[in-house]
Design a protein around this ligand. Structure first.
Ligand SMILES: NC(=O)C1=CN([C@@H]2O[C@H](COP(=O)(O)OP(=O)(O)OC[C@H]3O[C@@H](n4cnc5c(N)ncnc54)[C@H](OP(=O)(O)O)[C@@H]3O)[C@@H](O)[C@H]2O)C=CC1
Ligand SMILES: O=C(O)CCC(=O)C(=O)O
Ligand SMILES: [Mg+2]
Length: 745
């Protein structure tokens, strides 16, 4: 071995971070036997805030910029990164993290919502880099390959999750705009030669303002522009509110305010303003004085009005508006938190599948399930959910014991498409046109806008597109499964992509492969017709559908996207191994803190570790790593067969118990294998001891449940306290310690 065997394991937030305190010591102990060093990098919201404001901190409080380091590493061939889900913070979450850090003695600046001077504007600009999906786009220097491994699929078939029945007369539907949205205004082109473009606004009086001075483009890059017209959005929302009320169903809103951190909070705010129009009209002056910002949701009204003389009156007016309107879908009916409280509470990729799994219903304020009109304003991808809902109305709910699977190959590298558009998204201050102009003064695109409209430009580079087509062909070949490119011939951007796909497919021998291009609605229908026959279909999609479909299908097929194998083959040869395809499960933390039970399912971490070890073994010729990966695979199988995933309630196995069983099965598999005698010798006594102590360890872990936990913080919990809470079995800890002793013996 010439190069050091190293895996970087990320420390993130919420449930996955808690789980890491229990799982990482197991990973470190096992992988050390193959000479692998595990390095941790903290990319939590809290750490990212600290890394960005060293000038506000004491020498000892300063931390390095782990995200920047990892972003660099992701472009290096030796990268081997295991990435857990992290919080993509909305403004209310960011403020929460800042307040907690300040309480912990870190003098980071307050978030200046309305900067009063240059210094505050600079602080706000730094915080803007931390907001929303600030991590994933930096690390994703490759396209994604997400699927449910066979063992996971078989487990779901044998142990199906609950699935709410669907009725043909369900009133649930998706509501989208008919015009005036991004879909309706999209323009797109491919630049033949490398160039640089600026985005400028020309007002009606001719004054020109540069919105973004430089966006370098590579040869063959696709760019597009589109506009969401706010007036059209608001009339659509008003119409939909009336429809929901007339039909007696709930109203819900599904956006991606994290990834689309500039556009979607504005859209969310516009919906809040229309739903609560009476309140916003009546208290316009007061809200202006208090600086209410609807981009942060209804929650911002409550936060800003707190303690004001008119607090009770405003709250009563809000209640009245809800009484008058269609009932709102609830995020938490016990606490009275509605769908319109916080933009990051209802995120379309997870919320729509959860609804489809629950008979197409969401929770009303009594905590009962009810049909809903789900607002997804833009038409670009909403049709996928309409088609799925229509399919369920016609065929009933999907059956996890028989349904097929839908792996995904997603275009994602180098901030592809909408998910890379933050820095090219602007809300307009006046009427006029926005132009995209190249260095030679050619106007490449021009969009007419009115005040308040949202203009957006996106990019998709050619090399990632080529890589994506290659991955799709490989996946289709490896799994002998039809592959469908979900591309819409009615969208300007997709027409550019279709041309490239057809061109690059010629680079491969596709004989015997079934590769098609269908628009998203036709692709959904094609895929669902197959799925109910038990047949698999690979979805090959752009960045947004990658995100949506890798929650939709896993949630329907295996109950959660936490069980996905999620690999990002980095374009420069490294590997990024994402754990599952879901998020950081804030609800789980609440349960852990109140009752000492963590129901986070770490299967995604187990699968990612297996893939990471395999990659390391192959690229560095580390035979022991290959053995660790093969035996971990066997352990995962045993883990699923014996049903050792966390349950949901105190007294049953939780996240910590599931880690113990993984360690037990992994050690047993290592003791049983004969490929590597050293590993066999190390793990034979360990497997024996873990096996003999199973009941004792189990009892220690279950005995630790059922009481409130003190972990010293939410965004920046105390490491010693979390470690103590997450590692309550002294017997297990002692056995793990012996592995390193045996290794060095
Ligand atoms: N890759 C990434 O970094 C991602 C990050 N996020 C971020 O996560 C946060 C929360 O997002 P949200 O949309 O609420 O989605 P989540 O996936 O965090 O939560 C939705 C629900 O999914 C279930 N779930 C998700 N993961 C697991 C798991 N490993 N084990 C068991 N159940 C799981 C839980 O349901 P239940 O408790 O009912 O079982 C959970 O409440 C946001 O900040 C978001 O930006 C979101 C997606 C990906
Ligand atoms: O980065 C984020 O905010 C979410 C990412 C996500 O949902 C996904 O990759 O599936
Ligand atoms: Mg997602």
């Amino acid at each position: 071995m010439t190069q050091k065997s190293k895996i970087v394991y990320t420390l993130t937030d919420e449930a996955p971070l808690l789980a890491t305190y229990s799982f990482l010591p197991i990973v470190e102990a096992f992988t050390a036997t193959a000479g692998i060093e595990i390095e941790t990098e903290d990319i939590s919201v809290a750490a990212r805030i600290l890394a960005n404001f060293p000038e506000f901190l004491t020498e000892e409080q300063r931390v390095k910029d782990s995200l920047a380091e990892l972003g660099k590493l992701a472009t290096a061939p030796e990268a081997n990164i295991i990435k857990l889900p992290n919080v993509s913070a909305s403004v209310p979450q960011l403020k929460g993290a800042i307040a907690e850090l300040q309480a912990h003695g870190y003098k980071v600046p307050d978030y200046p919502e309305a900067p009063q001077n240059d210094a505050e504007a600079a602080i706000k600009a730094k915080y803007a880099k931390i907001l929303g999906s600030a991590v994933n786009p930096v690390l994703r220097e490759g396209n994604s390959d997400r699927r449910a491994p066979k063992a996971v699929k078989n487990y779901a078939k044998a142990n199906p999750h609950s699935m709410g029945a669907w009725s043909a007369d369900s009133k649930t539907a998706v509501a989208s705009m008919e015009s005036g949205d991004f879909y309706g205004s999209e323009q797109s082109l491919t630049v033949a030669e490398a160039t640089d473009v600026k985005i400028e606004f020309v007002a009606q009086d001719g004054t020109t303002t540069v919105l973004k001075a430089s966006t370098p483009l590579k040869a063959g890059e696709i760019i597009d522009s589109s506009v969401m017209h706010l007036n059209a959005l608001k009339s659509f929302v008003a119409k939909t509110i009336a429809e929901a009320k007339a039909q007696g169903v709930l109203l819900s809103v599904h956006l991606k305010a994290t990834m689309m951190k500039v556009s979607d909070p504005i859209i969310f705010g516009a919906i809040v303003e229309v739903y609560f129009a009476a309140v916003f009209e009546k208290y316009a002056a007061l809200f202006a004085e208090l600086g209410v910002n609807t981009k942060n949701g209804l929650g911002d009204v409550y936060a800003k009005i707190a303690g004001n003389a008119q607090e009770a009156e405003v709250k009563a007016a809000i209640d009245q508006a809800i009484e008058n309107g269609p009932a709102l879908a609830m995020v938490n009916s016990d606490k009275g938190i509605t769908n319109l409280h916080v933009p990051s509470d209802v995120i379309v990729d997870a919320s729509m599948p959860a609804m489809i799994r629950t008979s197409g219903q969401m929770w009303n304020k009594e905590g009962k399930a009810q049909d809903t009109i789900a607002i997804i304003p833009d038409r670009s991808y909403a049709g996928v959910y309409t088609a799925t809902i229509d399919f369920c109305k016609k065929h009933g709910a999907f059956d996890p014991t028989t349904m097929g699977s839908v792996p995904n190959v997603g275009l994602m590298a180098q901030k592809a498409e909408e998910y890379g558009s933050h820095d090219k998204t602007f809300q307009m201050s006046a009427n006029g046109v926005v132009r995209v102009v190249d260095v030679n003064g050619n106007v490449l695109m021009e969009q007419a806008v009115e005040a308040n409209d949202i203009f957006r430009m996106c990019q998709a580079k050619d090399a990632p597109i080529q890589d994506w087509v290659k991955l799709a062909v490989n996946r289709a070949r490896l799994s002998a499964t039809p592959a469908v490119f979900w591309l819409d011939e009615n969208r300007a951007h997709d027409r550019q992509l279709i041309e490239k796909v057809n061109l690059y497919l010629k680079d491969y021998d596709t004989t015997g492969l079934d590769i098609r291009i269908l628009n998203p609605i036709a692709a959904t229908e094609f895929t669902l017709e197959r799925i109910i026959k038990g047949l698999d279909t690979i979805s090959v999609t752009g960045n947004v559908l990658r995100d949506y479909l890798t929650d939709l299908f896993p949630i329907l097929e295996v109950g959660t996207s936490a069980k996905m194998l999620s690999i990002v083959p980095l374009m420069n040869g490294g590997g990024l191994f994402e754990t599952g395809a879901g998020g950081s499960a804030p609800k789980h933390v609440e349960q852990f803190v109140t009752e000492g039970y963590l129901r986070w399912d770490s299967l995604g971490e187990f699968l990612a570790l297996g893939a990471s070890l395999e990659h390391l073994g192959q690229t560095l010729n580390n035979e022991k790593a290959i053995v660790l990966s093969e035996t971990l695979d066997q352990a995962n199988d045993a883990f699923l067969k014996n049903d050792k995933s966390p349950a949901r309630k105190v007294g049953q196995i939780d996240n910590r118990g599931s880690h113990f069983y993984l360690a037990l099965y992994w050690a047993q598999a290592l003791a049983a294998q004969t490929k590597d005698a050293d590993l066999q010798a190390i793990f034979a006594p360990i497997a024996k001891e873990l096996t003999e102590n199973e009941a004792k360890i189990d009892a220690e872990l279950i005995g630790a449940q059922g009481k409130a936990q003190e972990i010293g913080g939410y965004y920046q919990p105390n490491p010693a306290l979390v470690s103590k809470a997450m590692r309550p079995s002294t017997t297990l800890n002692a056995i793990l310690d012996k592995i390193s002793a045996l290794k060095t013996a």
